[in-house]
Design a protein around this ligand. Structure first.
Ligand SMILES: *Cc1c(COP(=O)(O)O)cnc(C)c1O
Length: 459
């Protein structure tokens, strides 16, 4: 096809997805089911009902329905800020001198600043439909908390956000933004829950962790009337909602006959990458494409590249069902780094399975290298990337430079999951060279692995 490809490829409203695409339905080898930690039997909807909304439970447990209709109200919600831009990185290609074509899908244009709103909207919608009055959640870097605050503001639901304490101190503007949308912010660990009090007893000065904030949020949801818990990553229903990213991308690319050879995303719990790659992975599973898929994680929290594929808990207090995933152990606490959204010990089960089966590659990148890539990108493309998203930029640049050596004209697609406007402390520490590159040693990892329960598994 000879049509000149525009810098931004637009979609009209009627080209927007009307279904979420459930990748698990097309996987011959399904991810292993979540297990009840007491019985070690696959969890049922009834097991999850005290914690989650029914709408998302149904989606979480469904690994056979390919296309799940997006409710009209959610299509309307999406139209307020979607489609997100798909951009041809002409300027980046030029300074790299690569024959490769580079495209990125930018999810940072909504006020919450990332793709998280794509799942926050549906989760608040289901809660409202089911007659609930409040929700609880946790947030690390603050993106998910902000997205939920926006969605709960929209659907008039109360929201309690347990924000990892160190992060609530480092990011006062995130906190203010969530509060402005009406959320109730509690630094975690707190004395409002048993799990919080227990952690504080052991370590009164702790800066907290995501695993700990999750324990607090779940405990409060279970103990409060007409209240449930919502999670912004890791689980399959979140990945499902994020498939609008990949579907918009594919529709836009199909208009110009563009077929990506390499699809790249940063991975914290796996939702933006999973959502971006889903429709492309479908073609690979069907034998219609040879594309490569690359997950990029921080070297400080390497759940794919140095983790184990095992049944593990999703939280520190070990209250969640057991999830078979790439994990560093629920007791693993990554060193402080600026990609707050990538500091979770585990990974989505579907992505973990694809990695285990050799369909998904992974690499880990050092913080300063990631920021080098971010600066190179923002100077020519103009967009200030989130530190998380910059992991994907780093890998995209590296792949483009491989093409420069080999002369191959590959098509590279990456997910630019968010904006870095709330991460200026990170950029400041890069600028004044105080940024560190702590990488856990084997002994650090062993301490995390020791917390993984010894559940036997097949294959
Ligand atoms: C939360 C977040 C991530 C990581 O979460 P995933 O579920 O792996 O997508 C990545 N980028 C940004 C900007 C985020 O806010």
């Amino acid at each position: 096809m000879n049509k000149k490809i525009p810098t931004r490829i637009y979609l009209s409203e009627d080209e927007l997805p009307k279904f979420w695409y459930n990748l698990r339905a097309d996987m011959k080898n399904k991810p292993d089911p979540m297990l009840h930690p007491g019985t070690l039997k696959p969890v049922t909807a009834a097991d999850l009902a005290p914690v989650f909304c029914n709408g998302v439970i149904e989606q979480e447990l469904d690994d056979t329905t390919r296309l799940i209709p997006i409710p009209d109200a959610i299509q309307d919600f999406y139209r307020a800020y979607r489609p997100s831009p798909l951009i041809r990185a002409y300027y980046l290609e030029k300074i790299l001198g690569t024959p490769a074509e580079i495209y990125y899908k930018f999810e940072g244009t909504n006020t919450s600043g990332s793709h998280k709103l794509n799942s926050a909207g549906p989760q608040a919608y289901y809660a409202k439909e089911e007659g609930l009055t409040s929700l609880t959640t946790e947030t690390g870097a603050g993106q998910w908390g902000t997205a939920m605050a926006m969605a709960c503001g929209f659907y008039d639901l109360k929201l309690i956000v347990y924000m990892v304490k160190i992060s609530s101190e480092q990011k006062p503007y995130r906190k203010a933004l969530m509060e402005t949308y009406g959320a109730n912010l509690i630094p975690s660990p707190s004395n409002t829950t048993e799990s919080g009090r227990k952690i504080l007893e052991g370590d009164p000065d702790t800066g907290g962790s995501l695993g700990c904030a999750i324990s607090e949020a779940i405990e409060t949801a279970v103990k409060t009337d007409k209240c449930r818990y919502v999670l912004g990553s890791v689980l399959n229903h979140v990945l499902l909602h994020q498939t609008i990213i990949g579907q918009e991308t594919k529709t836009a690319m199909d208009k110009y006959g563009i077929k990506p050879d390499i699809i790249i995303g940063c991975a914290g719990g796996g939702s933006n990458l999973g959502g971006l790659m889903a429709p492309f992975m479908a073609e690979k599973l069907a034998g219609k494409s040879n594309a490569r898929f690359i997950a990029v994680e921080p070297a400080s929290c390497p759940s794919f590249t140095r983790g184990r594929y095992a049944y593990d808990f999703g939280d520190t207090a070990k209250t969640t069902p057991l999830i078979r995933m790439q994990t560093l152990g629920s007791a693993f606490v990554p060193s402080a780094n600026h990609a707050g959204g990538l500091r979770y010990h585990g990974m989505n089960t579907t992505l973990s399975k694809l990695y285990h089966d050799g369909l998904l590659e992974a690499r880990a990148e050092k913080q300063t290298d990631v920021f080098d890539a971010a600066i190179q990108f923002m100077k020519v493309e103009g967009i200030l990337p989130a530190p998380e998203s910059s992991h994907a930029i780093k890998a995209a640049i590296d792949e483009a430079l491989v093409c420069k050596k080999t002369g191959e004209k590959k098509v590279i697609l990456f997910g630019l999951s968010g904006t870095g406007f709330f991460d200026m402390t990170a950029y400041a520490s890069y600028n004044n060279k105080t940024m560190s590159d702590y990488i856990p040693n084997d002994a650090d990892l062993e301490r995390g692995f020791a917390s993984i329960p010894g559940i036997p598994q097949n294959g």
